[in-house]
Design a protein around this ligand. Structure first.
Ligand SMILES: *Cc1c(COP(=O)(O)O)cnc(C)c1O
Length: 368
């Protein structure tokens, strides 16, 4: 706290990102980065962009990247918004589509699950948007009927994070249809859709209130580049541009634009590495289940696991002690779970072995 802070800053409770350890020896399975490198074409494009043109501002419209994304997803460039990572796009979208509370008057709350990406409540607080969390079922699935109430809009991550649970496209579209009658927006965060969920992109022409949000951080191995995009009706995209241009006209730099364009064009490379991530995920899921772990079915590049007979906190600490970094959320309902990113096959073999060791040690201590 400081006397110099205004009330907005005093009232913020910022998102706490997963640790980026300085210790290189840790096997890093905590922030869902892709274990495989970006496409060689991306590296080449970024290198080629690192020339004297950096003297000049980048294209504020991000035209070439947007055209490449539009071609890939079979939409119009005017239906694509480009941004500095999808977190930024989500922040803009909350500001663009959800009503802030005003003196003496609160709009109906925006809805999202009680267990989901923990940035959503942070954005709502930043913009002073009233929100309500809707409990997932006991099996951590979403019951869409719970969302069919008067609301200010809905945000769904598909697949959900940190559970990895997908929602069928029919359910997403049913929510879009319901909200369309209320003239409210449905934001679908498709950060992990490439790993197995059904994308809603092909329905944006049917639902003018449907915004899908995408990132290159996970499925395109570019967390370090900071690039994302959103796809939706032209009018939704225009609203995002209005927010951006009231904030920073140049959110994507020349290097990021070049790399992002090359990434969305190299479908073949990314299909291959993500197919490997999915295969590893299925293998690790089966191995852990055989060891008595509860592992949710995941459609993402991470798994959500509950170790047998140990608290999530203790298991997290034991993993770290043995050189493996996972993610633990100190939150009701999921405190006994860990989220583990899917790494290379080598890293995951080590992870499975270490899980066996720790479980054995805990068992030994319990029977002493
Ligand atoms: C990682 C993640 C994002 C943000 O990705 P950026 O790196 O900001 O593009 C958005 N939503 C979810 C659910 C995520 O897990």
């Amino acid at each position: 706290m400081s006397d110099y802070w205004n009330n907005r800053v005093k009232n913020l409770s910022p998102y706490i990102p997963g640790e980026q350890p300085k210790d290189r020896r840790l096997i890093k399975l905590n922030t869902n980065e892709n274990p495989y490198p970006p496409s060689p074409k991306v590296i080449e494009a970024v290198k080629n962009a690192a020339d004297e043109s950096l003297r000049l501002y980048p294209d504020p419209e991000c035209t070439q990247f947007r055209e490449a994304a539009a071609a890939r997803y079979k939409v119009k460039p005017e239906q694509v918004f480009a941004g500095n990572g999808s977190d930024e796009i989500l922040a803009f979208a909350f500001g663009a589509f959800f009503e802030s509370s005003q003196k003496g008057y609160k709009d109906a709350p925006v809805l999202f699950p009680d267990i989901t990406y923990s940035f959503y409540p942070v954005y709502a607080n930043l913009w002073d948007i009233p929100y309500k969390t809707v409990p997932l079922r006991d099996d951590f699935s979403i019951n869409i009927e719970d969302y069919k109430i008067n609301s200010g809009g809905i945000v769904i991550s598909n697949p959900n994070a940190p559970t990895g649970t997908p929602l069928p496209l029919d359910d997403i579209l049913s929510l879009a249809e319901y909200l369309e009658k209320q003239k409210k927006v449905l934001i679908v965060d498709e950060a992990y859709a490439a790993f197995g969920a059904q994308s809603a992109v092909s329905s944006i022409d049917k639902y003018p209130n449907l915004l899908t949000v995408h990132t290159l951080s996970k499925s395109a191995s570019l967390a370090g580049l900071r690039a994302g995009f959103a796809i939706g009706n032209e009018k939704l995209i225009e609203a995002l541009c209005r927010i951006r241009d009231s904030f920073n006209s140049y959110t994507m730099d020349r290097l990021a634009l070049a790399g992002a364009k090359a990434a969305v064009e190299d479908v073949e490379y990314y299909n291959e590495i993500n197919r490997r991530v999915i295969a590893t995920r299925e293998r690790v899921t089966a191995a852990l289940r055989a060891m008595g772990f509860n592992v949710l079915n995941s459609s993402a590049n991470f798994i959500f696991i509950k170790p047998p007979k140990t608290s999530g906190k203790d298991f997290f600490a034991a993993l770290r002690e043995k050189g493996i970094l996972a993610r633990h959320f100190n939150k009701e309902r999921i405190a006994d779970y860990l989220r583990v990113s899917v790494g290379t096959d080598d890293d995951m073999d080590k992870f499975i072995n270490v899980c066996g060791e720790i479980t054995g040690e805990f068992n030994a201590n319990n029977t002493k």
